[in-house]
Design a protein around this ligand. Sequence first.
Ligand SMILES: C[S@@+](CC[C@H](N)C(=O)[O-])C[C@H]1O[C@@H](n2cnc3c(N)ncnc32)[C@H](O)[C@@H]1O
Length: 322
Amino acid sequence: MGYNNILSPRELKLPLGLERFSDKLPKVVLEIGFGNGEYTVKWAAANPDSLVVGLEVSFSCVVRCARRIKDAGLSNLKIIRTDARFMMKELFADESLDMVMMNFPCPWPKTRHAKRRVTAKEFADSLAAVLKTGGVFELVTDEEWYAAEVQKALSGHEALSVSCETDFSRAVTTKYERKWLAMGKKITKLSVTKTKKFTVDRRTWKFDWNNEEDTAMHVKTRKPLPEDGLAFLPCVSGAVGDARWAFSGYYTAADEHNDKKFLVETVASDDEFEQRFYLKVVERDEGVMVKLDGSAKVFLTPAVRFAVEDLARRLADASGVN
Ligand SMILES: C[S@@+](CC[C@H](N)C(=O)[O-])C[C@H]1O[C@@H](n2cnc3c(N)ncnc32)[C@H](O)[C@@H]1O
């Protein structure tokens, strides 16, 4: 059973053309880390004039939320399984979001885990870029120290203005929020308004999304497969700037014409944004074709592209033919 409310990375041109979801572009709202989706689905149902996009890193949460969206019959809520720390700014153009919401994010209290916080590092810059001027980021948390930390980090930003409240009520609440409120626990809400235009550099926008050659992510060599196949491969890695990739193993098969075919386990990361997928190697017209396997649910980032090119180059070098 498929869920058409889950957007698949390979089908997306970046930044997202939001008009594909609605002819008269409504208010566009992003929720980061929607968990089981209870809040998101209720919020989207209560705001039918808004297009809601949810980003969530957990696959099981995405599936649970997709089921809720389907049961509720909503068409104004789309979800994507990805890491918002890297993808928020890649998915959304400058001045494209009316609101960004984040409810009870994982606070990652240990210092050695601090970089896992959604709000770490370049979050302030990314937020300041994607919000519309006058748009708002709303963060609700039960961790006072975390609220104070985010308030401090975002208040220092030239394009953001932050306010904080602890005595507030809202029409839609999360499961834990209701539980904590019933226990008398203090909940903090930060409201962050974008006050002026701001932009950030994007890594994936360097691709020409209208040029199939650019986004197909395949490379063809004119050299034959090395005699011993991909034996040279396991544990080979490479890096260019903050893009890194490694080939950790491979499977061999033959197709119906008895041509050799390989699936190469690949991990590619752009800064901290890591993606795992298979690259396919097939013999083609006296040469070799390296391409993303059809099962690869990846965003086309520089590290993915470098991995494809690097594997093709290594295969050509190992072929022993000049
Ligand atoms: C504590 S739960 C809160 C879930 C929900 N917002 C709620 O209030 O019930 C935090 C959620 O954020 C998700 N998350 C953590 N880091 C993330 C990231 N970098 N990008 C997207 N989602 C993330 C987690 O998988 C988890 O579902």
